[in-house]
Write a protein that binds this ligand. Structure first.
Ligand SMILES: Nc1ncnc2c1ncn2[C@@H]1O[C@H](COP(=O)(O)OP(=O)(O)OP(=O)(O)O)[C@@H](O)[C@H]1O
Length: 452
């Protein structure tokens, strides 16, 4: 059982008709195969389906029930057959669009669905034939990868499949917090507002928000964690024909040049992807198609249009979304939960960092020692100073320090105080009591609670 965040108990976000509104009611009639694109302002927005049928990123809206959408959320309400939507509140933007790539997306879903059925019906002993589609979604930043991933998962879950969602995007951390990669089975269409249930999630902590480009980033570690995650899923599939047939949908980072491209190839190879969906970039599509047709004949590379509704997000917005994800982990979506403040003696915990090598100049090192840093080296961190203040640390499942790189994590803590004279460290944790392990992993991820 994972030591997950409070989003394990999502708040009741649904409210019925009799809730006082803002006085800004607006009805929008949507024709078939069109969508209402909304950017929520700084104030929450209430919305309901008045008639017809509609969905938000693959998850159907229940009729007549008001839902509250948090500030700054960007989403679309799409209808296949026509609908009337009612909004209550002032939006940043809202407009209707009848040109969307949704038909091509649902066609992809239909093909995946057929493959899942074939895999389920397979009586062959060949592991290949009982394996459902392994889909990886790739494309530049802000091309709609996460959104397409959500739709494919929700449509599959609606039909009773339990596909595995794999999130390799350390910048966003949609399953848990940024800096981690994770996988979780999807049993129900995804709620457009609430987070994922964490109790089934398999999480690895990388500790940084990019695999390269910053002084702390560590490509080798990222690749190692991707491999560990893939291997564990592979083992789980062996004993679980249902999830094997449902397959997986993998979301990736928007980094597609240079080492970013190599990491995409690495992920395709490591997860044995059978379908690569390329969103919004011709060049990436031809590059992958050429390469994969030569090296892996059984991979389908499919080009898909980016939706005109995808909103490009500025750097500051991404930073503030990351902070919100961390806050949500500890405090819940609408600050309805209180994390537990625990205090431990320095001697009860051991904090490690992964990567890095000798910092001293070559001349100061013993003869024969290696100047090159070891990206997978696990080094103890001295707690006896205030360096860890405001850090987010992962609680490792490792039983020994040398297992830290290959172990998944049970959850996260946030360091709120380091008391050097008393040798005590105080941290917030999502659950009370002692931590499931005394081994904690530090990265470069920190959070200033005041930014919430
Ligand atoms: N059709 C749409 N209408 C309105 N908003 C949309 C639509 N599609 C996507 N969005 C919004 O646009 C933003 C970017 O989309 P998304 O997160 O899917 O892109 P991405 O390619 O995964 O981004 P990143 O590169 O950061 O991983 C999100 O806030 C998403 O909710």
């Amino acid at each position: 059982m994972a030591y997950g965040g409070p989003s394990m108990n999502p708040p009741a976000m649904m409210t019925t008709g009799a809730v006082p509104g803002s006085g800004n009611l607006k009805q929008v009639k949507l024709e078939r195969e069109s969508e209402l694109r909304i950017e929520v302002s700084e104030e929450p927005l209430r919305l309901r389906l008045v008639n017809g049928t509609a969905e938000i990123f693959g998850s159907e809206l229940p009729p007549e029930i008001w839902r509250t959408f948090p500030p700054r959320l960007k989403f679309a309400v799409f209808t296949w057959y026509g609908a009337t939507i009612e909004m209550d509140g002032v939006t940043e933007t809202d407009y209707t669009a009848d040109e969307t790539p949704m038909v091509s997306y649902i066609n992809v879903h239909a093909i995946l669905d057929a493959r899942r059925r074939l895999a389920k019906a397979s009586t062959s002993n060949e592991p290949e034939s009982s394996q459902g589609p392994r889909v990886i979604v790739v494309g530049p930043v802000d091309s709609g990868k996460s959104t397409l991933t959500k739709m494919l998962l929700s449509w599959a879950a609606k039909q009773g499949w339990k596909p595995t969602f794999v999130d390799l995007d350390v910048g966003q951390g949609s399953i848990t917090i940024p800096g981690s990669i994770a996988a979780t089975p999807i049993e129900m269409p995804l709620d457009p507002v609430e987070g994922f249930t964490l109790d089934m999630a398999l999480v690895y902590y990388y500790g940084h928000i990019t695999p390269s480009g910053s002084s702390s980033a560590n490509i080798e570690l990222y690749k190692t964690l991707v491999k560990e995650l893939a291997q564990v899923l592979e083992r789980q599939f062996v004993g679980n024909p249902e999830s094997r047939a449902a397959g997986m949908v993998i979301n990736t980072m928007g980094w597609i040049e240079g080492p970013g491209y190599e990491l995409l190839l690495h992920a395709i190879d490591t997860f044995n992807a059978s379908v690569v969906l390329v969103l919004g970039q011709e060049k990436l599509f031809s590059r992958l198609k050429d390469f994969l047709s030569r090296s892996k004949s059984n991979v389908d590379v499919v080009k898909l249009h980016k939706s005109g509704g995808v909103v490009a997000r500025a750097r500051e917005f991404r930073q503030s979304s990351r902070n919100s994800r961390i806050q949500e982990y500890f405090y819940g979506l609408s600050k309805e939960l209180s994390p537990y403040a625990n205090t431990s003696s320095f001697s009860d915990l051991q904090v490690f960092r992964i990567g890095g090598g000798p910092q001293a100049p070559m001349s100061a090192l013993p003869i024969g020692s290696d100047r090159v840093s070891n990206p997978l080296r696990v080094t103890p961190v001295n707690i006896d100073n205030r360096d860890l203040l405001h850090s987010v640390l992962a609680v490792s499942y490792a039983e020994e320090p040398d297992q830290i790189v290959s172990s998944n994590v049970s959850g996260f803590v946030y360091v709120t105080e380091v008391d050097i004279p008393r040798k005590k460290i105080t941290y917030l944790a999502p659950s009370p009591g002692t931590l499931p392990s005394k081994f904690l992993i530090a990265g470069s991820l920190s959070w200033l609670e005041s930014t919430k």
